[in-house]
Design a protein around this ligand. Structure first.
Ligand code: ZN
Length: 261
């Protein structure tokens, strides 16, 4: 009996490969989709959030900046992150969490009953956030259910050589998320310290962070891993931006959300 021709099979394979290659091209060409929304609508704290969706399944990372208005690099870094070419997953970015504080260039929101936004989140004594913006940010965090929260801040000095929390990675302590938080904090620390040659300016790890802070509350009350990424504002703005972006990208890369360098 004559052997059946393999030509139709080969043609089908070639067609399959061509279709696959077209599909891959479509995947490679997919652009992240960005949508925006508002928090604390109708209040003096009203601010925008930006959802950047790669269009491919993956982790969700919430990135918050501008909780303190005298820390100028984080909101700028957050805005730069809106253009990040995500390979998978999505980010939700809040560049200006406390607009009244940012307008006043002050740590505190003027004329606010609870002026330090980063002390208004749930604590061991208080199960609900207080004030205007903390409840809005908290509700958004709960409805989004991110895999990670990153909160960008700055301090007046270097944590390695002063009482400031500047130039540090702050990680809350909770056994439910420890296996994720600790190795990620160490990776970020190592990356940040590759940019530092002076020992008193090295990044350190601080734990668990202040009670009532956003990042500590997400760990302790929602069991969502979080890190506070802190630079030091006495340094040139560009250096602080570079360090903020490096730290965030270290996390996104570890989660497989950025293309390989
Ligand atoms: Zn701060």
């Amino acid at each position: 009996m004559a052997r059946p021709s393999t030509a139709p099979l080969l043609r089908r394979r070639a067609l399959g490969a061509a279709l696959m290659s077209t599909a891959l091209c479509r995947v490679a060409r997919a652009r992240p989709r960005q949508s925006t929304g508002k928090l604390a609508v109708g209040t003096s704290f009203e601010t925008s959030f930006h959802l950047i969706d790669s269009g491919h399944q993956g982790p969700t990372v919430m990135i918050v900046a501008g909780i303190h208005g005298n820390e100028l690099a984080p909101p700028q870094a957050a805005r730069l992150l809106l253009g990040e070419p995500l390979a998978k997953g999505r980010t939700l970015v809040v560049p200006e969490a406390s607009r009244p504080a940012l307008a006043a260039k002050s740590r505190y929101a003027p004329a606010s009953r609870y002026p330090d936004l980063n002390r208004n989140f749930p604590t061991s004594q208080r199960s609900a956030p207080r004030g205007v913006m903390a409840p809005a940010l908290w509700d958004k965090t709960k409805s989004l259910g991110p895999d990670w929260v990153l909160d960008l801040h700055e301090g007046w000095g270097f944590s390695a050589s002063s009482k400031s929390m500047g130039s540090s990675v702050v990680a809350a302590v909770d056994p439910r998320v420890e296996a994720k938080v600790l190795p990620m904090a160490e990776s970020v620390l190592a990356a940040a310290n590759r940019t530092v040659t002076s020992r008193p300016r090295r990044f350190t790890m601080i734990r668990p962070g202040p009670s009532g802070s956003f990042a500590r509350a997400t760990v302790e009350h929602l069991a969502i891993p979080s890190l506070v990424l802190e630079t030091t504002w006495v340094q040139p703005l560009q250096r602080r931006l570079d360090q903020q972006l490096l730290m965030v990208r270290t996390v996104l890369r570890a989660l497989g959300m950025l293309p390989s360098p």
